[in-house]
Design a protein around this ligand. Structure first.
Ligand code: NAD
Length: 266
């Protein structure tokens, strides 16, 4: 299976190139980045911290899509919109890891999904997807009048969106477990005289600093007891591996919009 990487010069892009090069069932079709990227014409192997491959990072997106069976995309929302239109045009698998997409942008992924498989996940780690399943189950069992749900997340200082897509996915899993609408119950910020906590809300808090890869905690705070479910990522490799697993899984799927929980059968 031939894998094309967009955003190849990025933190995730480099990790993805390295994982594809190490994978026996996958071939690296190539990698592109933005014309404004400071990294240009670099050998993809060197870029990924490995031996030279003779393939260079380019800006020729069209030819990358022509020679790929799947595109893996950890870039930025506006770029992902261009890439999903191209994936639809070429009828190839689009694995989307970009976070911070708005509702309209998410809707556009559904259009591509009518002609080719699209996998869209805020977090490609197997552990985080298991965590979402556990959060949904816990939220179903622990009633809102007895347990308050608080989600805390921390990431490196370069992250531009907050709360993280993963934190929101965990909040949505909790809302699903409780049979409530997430967007009506989410409480994103507290400052000053906030008043007492409203029952049934899902609170978020965010930390940013250093090189934290990703830390997520979901607290169910009751009277006299607390339960905390937590996932800590220490290496970006887990997201790259999950995205490749998703691409391989999608090879045998009909067109449609899928999540990582679909890929893992959770
Ligand atoms: P980054 O800034 O290091 O890399 C993004 C890359 O995309 C950059 O090299 C940039 O030049 C490139 N890019 C932007 N627009 C482009 C365009 N139009 N054409 C080609 N290349 C373009 O960021 P990162 O840390 O690698 O994260 C990228 C995205 O992935 C973010 O949205 C982040 O939140 C998300 N992410 C998701 C997961 C997950 O599991 N879903 C895990 C980690 C990061």
């Amino acid at each position: 299976m031939r894998i094309g990487i967009v955003g190849g010069a990025g933190r995730m892009g480099r990790q993805l190139i390295a994982e594809v090069l190490d994978h026996s069932d996958l071939t690296l079709a190539g990698a592109v980045d933005h014309p404004n990227s400071v990294v240009k014409n670099q050998d993809l192997g060197i870029l990924a911290g490995k031996d030279a491959t003779g393939q260079l990072l380019t800006t020729d997106t069209e030819s990358l899509f022509q020679k790929s069976d799947a595109i893996i995309d950890f870039t930025a929302p506006s770029a992902t919109m261009q890439f999903t239109a191209l994936a639809a045009q070429h009828k190839i698998i689009h694995v989307v890891g970009t976070t911070g997409l708005n509702a309209e942008q998410e809707h556009l992924l559904q259009q591509t999904a009518q002609v080719a498989p699209v996998i869209y996940a805020a977090n490609y780690s197997v552990g985080v997807n298991l965590l979402a399943g556990l959060v949904e189950q816990a939220a179903k069992i622990l009633p809102p009048e007895d347990f308050d749900i608080e989600i805390w997340e921390a990431h490196h200082k370069h992250k531009v969106d907050a709360p993280s897509g993963t934190a929101l996915a965990l909040g949505k899993a909790a809302a699903k477990g409780r049979g409530i609408q997430h967007d009506k119950k989410a409480a994103y910020a507290r400052h000053g005289h906030t008043g007492a906590r409203e029952d049934g809300t899902i609170g978020y808090s965010v930390a940013r600093g250093g090189d934290i890869v990703g830390d997520h905690r979901v607290l169910f705070a009751g009277l006299g007891e607390q339960i905390e479910l937590r996932h800590t990522a220490t290496d970006r490799r887990i997201f790259a591996r999950g995205a490749l697993r998703a691409a391989l899984w999608a090879r045998t799927q009909r067109p449609g919009l899928y999540s990582m929980r679909d890929v893992l059968g959770l």
